[in-house]
Design a protein around this ligand. Structure first.
Ligand SMILES: Cc1cc2nc3c(=O)[nH]c(=O)nc-3n(C[C@H](O)[C@H](O)[C@H](O)COP(=O)(O)O)c2cc1C
Length: 164
């Protein structure tokens, strides 16, 4: 699949907004992800409001790319899902789907880690005024790339253990 191998984190974006249909397609891709017992523990906040994006950028030392991003997709987890021990794994699958769909849409994106770092989880919950039953798992900063992504070939045959 070409998107897998042409994806690389993009942290600098053009200021132009991402079209609404593309945002919806990213969210559709997220919700197409597999989840434990199909529990779909996720909720998404699609943020284009500049003040909110800047507030989210301040929630982690490593989230500065949101400052210049026209779009942030905040992936939240419901605390009361049926298999909470799998919820973050499920949300990871949704996050990766967003990253790959972004490539397919000509967009660039980067995964910004929030959970399980308590300080970041508290700060993001405050920035979004999140209901108690949700917590932020991760944020995807997204937009049209201002720099060419540079994918790496990380295939390492030494990591493969063939049992034949
Ligand atoms: C769980 C997770 C958390 C991450 N958190 C951040 C982050 O907070 N800030 C950031 O700029 N990149 C973050 N990244 C992106 C990684 O730094 C990046 O994927 C890695 O360096 C490999 O580079 P590539 O995505 O270009 O292949 C995160 C990635 C993952 C999977």
């Amino acid at each position: 699949m070409n998107e897998i191998f042409s994806r690389a984190s993009v942290r600098q974006f053009e200021p132009r907004p991402v079209e609404q249909e593309k945002v919806e397609q990213l969210l559709r891709a997220a919700m197409a992800a597999p989840s434990a017992r199909n529990q779909q523990p996720w909720e998404f906040y699609a943020v284009t409001n500049r003040e909110t994006l800047d507030a989210l950028a301040a929630c982690s030392l490593y989230a500065l790319s949101l400052k210049g991003a026209p779009l942030g997709i905040v992936i939240c987890c419901r605390r009361n899902c049926s298999r909470p021990e799998y919820a973050q794994i499920d949300c990871s699958a949704a996050a990766e789907n967003i990253l790959l769909e972004a490539v397919s849409q000509g967009l660039g994106a980067v995964w910004l880690g929030i959970a399980p770092i308590e300080m970041r989880m508290e700060a993001t919950a405050q920035a979004l005024n999140l209901p108690e039953d949700l917590y932020v798992f991760a944020i995807i900063a997204c937009g049209y790339p201002a720099v060419e992504p540079k994918p790496q070939d990380r295939y390492d045959p030494a990591r493969v253990h063939w049992l034949t």
